[in-house]
Design a binder for this molecule. Structure first.
Ligand code: ZN
Length: 72
């Protein structure tokens, strides 16, 4: 591994993982579904093409997958 690719993975790789983890941690403490706004014990996380992250409850999961969001 070159020094440059190490730098890139440190800058971008770890930042992304941290973002997702902090988002999931928040969700575990009772976050609302991004679509129906109902409080859900468990959300499934998706990213759209622009990198926006949403959390979908069990009921909204199917709709989210239909419109092309990618599971994280
Ligand atoms: Zn929902």
């Amino acid at each position: 591994m070159s020094a440059l690719s190490r730098l890139f993975s440190r800058l971008f790789g770890s930042r992304k993982v941290t973002d997702i983890r902090s988002y999931q941690k928040k969700a575990q403490s009772g976050q609302r579904c991004s679509l129906c706004k109902k409080r859900a014990a468990r959300l499934t996380f998706y990213a759209d093409g622009s990198g926006k992250v949403i959390g979908a409850c069990r009921d909204c999961k199917a709709n989210v997958e239909k419109v092309g969001f990618l599971p994280l």
